[in-house]
Design a protein around this ligand. Structure first.
Ligand code: M6R
Length: 364
């Protein structure tokens, strides 16, 4: 049941700290701060190339995973939504590997991609939340997120659990490939062990996020911006808002805004910026200033240091815990989900069962 919560989604949002902790514990030893992965269908030390694929939110998690794996392990990764991968006749690398991501493990498009990849000689690893699912059975290997059953049609805790697992994979691959030394790997692993606590802190900022939601609920169009591994999280924010509130939202790479979407910006369009301190902060901040100069209403998710720089021109700033940039995508995923939840409640839409959507899409 829902316990004391109004919706399954609200309950599932509150499960973030536990689910992140449980998932990390499977792949990361908190004592030694070392990632330990079970035997995988491909050898990360030698695999020439990886293909990642999924649908919807799971695809956006895969895209973050791609950024991490390329950065930390220097393995070339392709990432495509499953419904495109299947028909684009991709040339697959000899001896290549694949990682497919799915909460249900039953999504028809992802299943079809799985079969295509296996037929093309790729060793397929599935990341699923349901151990007895079709994808787990048909893959060469499966890793489990430990999110528990997710009832809300809009994915929340399963998405962040996917991110946590993919983060562990990226560290493990980085070690296997000799691209991370032990100290670097330990630092990143330590960063992950702090994520469940930070997630709990973010859930306590509910009031602030709800106040932002009251503004967003009045809008007809909303833009979410981010760079690097925050870019797929911006897209996730837009997807969540569309699904739950039926407000038109777009997620965009912040640097791409000036190549078109900036034309949409006026004082009626909230621009939600995912802008933690890190190597890309200055670049994103200057994109936001461009939007503000055109009347755009900047609402930023950042950390304490970022807030100091953004307050001059941002209408609202939500200050998230200060973390290593590696963990920032996981943490930023939570407030965009909470925001979409509150907008939906304010608009009176069906939070757990949005119109036209099914939890598991088993048709192509
Ligand atoms: O079960 P899956 O993870 O394979 O589902 C994939 C998508 O259908 C799913 O993430 C969908 O986009 C959600 N409604 C997102 O909230």
């Amino acid at each position: 049941g829902k316990g004391n919560f109004r919706h399954f989604m609200e309950k599932e949002l509150h499960e973030h700290p536990a689910v992140l902790g449980d998932t990390l514990q499977q792949y990361l030893d908190p004592g030694s701060r070392a990632v330990s992965l079970p035997p995988l269908p491909f050898d990360p030390a030698t695999v020439p190339r990886l293909t990642m694929s999924a649908c919807g939110s799971a695809f956006l998690a895969a895209q973050v995973g791609r950024y991490w794996i390329e950065q930390l392990a220097r393995i070339p990764v392709d990432a495509d939504v499953a419904s495109e991968l299947r028909y684009r006749e991709p040339p697959l690398a000899e001896g290549g590997g694949a990682i497919l991501v799915s909460q249900s493990g039953e999504t028809a498009d992802t299943m079809a991609a799985l079969r295509l990849l296996r037929a093309g000689g790729q060793k397929v690893l599935s990341v699923v939340n349901v151990p007895e699912s079709s994808m787990a059975r048909e893959s060469d290997g499966a890793l489990l997120t430990v999110a528990g059953p997710e009832i809300g049609v809009a994915s929340t805790k399963a998405f962040t659990a996917q991110l946590a697992l993919l983060a562990c994979l990226a560290i493990g691959f980085g070690r296997a490939r000799g691209k991370l030394d032990e100290a670097q790997a330990r630092l990143l692993a330590h960063t992950l062990t702090e994520v469940p606590g930070h997630a709990a802190q973010i859930l306590e900022q509910d009031e602030e996020i709800r106040a932002m939601a009251a503004e967003v609920a009045k809008a007809r169009d909303v833009l979410f911006l981010g760079r690097g591994a925050l870019m797929p999280i911006a897209m996730e924010g837009a997807l969540k808002l569309k699904e739950l509130s039926y407000i038109h939202a777009e997620g965009y790479p912040a640097g791409e805004m000036k190549h078109g979407p900036i034309a949409l910006i006026d004082s009626a369009v909230p621009v939600i910026a995912l802008c933690p301190t890190g190597p890309l902060f200055e670049k994103t901040a200057s994109n936001l200033q461009e939007a503000a100069a055109r009347g755009g209403r900047i609402m930023a998710l950042t950390d304490a240091v970022g807030a100091r720089a953004l307050r001059g021109f941002a209408e609202r700033v939500i200050v998230l815990p200060t973390v290593h940039p590696f963990a920032a995508p996981i943490l930023h995923a939570i407030p965009v989900q909470v925001l979409a939840y509150h907008v939906a409640v304010l608009k009176g839409t069906d939070v757990d069962q949005p119109r036209n959507l099914a939890k598991s899409v088993t048709v192509e």
